[in-house]
Ligand binder design. Structure first.
Ligand code: TXA
Ligand code: MG
Length: 321
């Protein structure tokens, strides 16, 4: 336990120096972003990227988002910087928006063998300082085992990835849900993953956004990473419209509940905000708590069927499969 805790360090000058050294040596470091914690690696080191896939047990077809310090660094990764990308970057970077663009020809793939690259500038002081200290573009998926619940604290990271060499502890993540992924290689920008940044502010900049049915109902895989089962706790997750009327016979005990309104009598309950942004910020931490409490079943109140809840709907649908 002491050994494990030694891996969690404060993001002070010493912590950042250690982290940058590990990254430059071709290994990996977990670090906070405004969305969730990331497992960072030198994006163009085959060895470092391979280590990310190994630690996460991530399928090789699922590519990684590259984190950079600023717009100029993002443009340097692109073959063509699409119309509209500057306006999006000016409005939302640093922030929870990932843009998929054509990859500069001289760069290697970051994961899947396609000709594109996903890039974002994170809005977190520690992430930005780590980018500066390492001088590297950092590939960083969420710092959890593949298909598990994303980490919103350093402790979540350590529990999911006990073999991680180092975790920079930046406290709880502010957004608590992953970035919105937007593909700019299509004639109309295409939403690949709903996330922290809602569609309404995005549309104010881009106009129309194509929304594959699969994003809305979680049935297909519009983005390589959108496998159907994902973001899943150990407990069985069931989505219900009326959590007070659930027949619990045959459900694995303890039967617990996650809702945004009163839920009746369960073995354990997590009642989150009825505001979608606040709910999203607490969602993963609540799922982690129910898992830690040994929940056999988590009954989840189906979220409202409005666009503001798209990212939460998506994650819960995948958790429930
Ligand atoms: O908020 C976030 O985005 C967090 C923090 C750490 O930045 N990262 C994150 O990474 O959620 P990850 O690996 O868990 O999810 C990356 C998503 C996946 O759905 C992946 O398929 C997609 O981005 N992606 C990455 N590169 C892509 C590409 N070239 N084309 C299409 N989708 C891509
Ligand atoms: Mg992830």
């Amino acid at each position: 336990m002491t050994r494990a805790l030694d891996k969690v360090v404060l993001p002070d000058a010493d912590g950042l120096r250690r982290a940058a050294e590990i990254l430059r040596a071709g290994s990996v470091v977990a670090f906070p972003t405004e969305t969730v914690y990331g497992l960072g690696a030198d994006a163009f080191s085959a060895q470092a990227v391979a280590e990310v896939y190994r630690l996460k047990n991530r399928p090789s077809w699922n590519p990684l988002i590259v984190h950079v310090a600023d717009l100029a660094a993002a443009r340097a990764l692109a073959h063509v910087w699409p119309d509209g990308a500057d306006a999006l970057a000016a409005r939302f970077w640093p922030g929870p928006l990932t843009l998929v663009v054509e990859r500069a020809r001289h760069l290697t793939q970051v994961g899947a063998p396609n000709a594109t690259i996903a890039v974002r500038v994170p809005a977190h002081d520690v992430a930005l300082r780590l980018l500066a200290a390492s001088g590297l573009p950092l590939a960083a998926p969420s710092a959890n085992r593949s298909e598990g619940i994303s980490p919103t604290t350093a402790e979540h990271v350590l529990r999911s990835l006990p073999d991680v060499p180092l975790v920079l502890d930046g406290g709880p993540a502010a957004w608590g849900i992953e970035s919105t992924v937007l593909d700019l290689t299509t004639p109309v920008p295409t939403l690949l993953r709903p996330g922290a940044l809602a569609l309404r502010p995005l549309r104010e900049v881009t106009g129309e956004i194509a929304l594959p049915d699969a994003v809305a109902d979680g049935t297909a895989r519009p983005s390589p990473g959108m496998s159907r089962r994902h973001y899943a706790p150990k407990a069985t997750v069931l989505l219900m419209d009326d959590v007070k009327a659930v027949d619990r016979s045959g459900l694995a005990a303890p039967v617990t509940v996650l809702s945004y309104e009163s839920a009746g009598d369960y073995d354990a309950a997590e009642i989150l905000s009825a505001d979608p942004r606040e709910y999203a910020a607490d969602l993963y931490a609540a799922l982690h708590r129910l898992d830690d409490a040994g929940a056999g079943t988590i009954i989840v109140r189906t979220p409202p069927d409005t666009e503001d809840w798209l990212a939460v709907q998506d994650r819960l649908n995948r958790a429930a499969r």
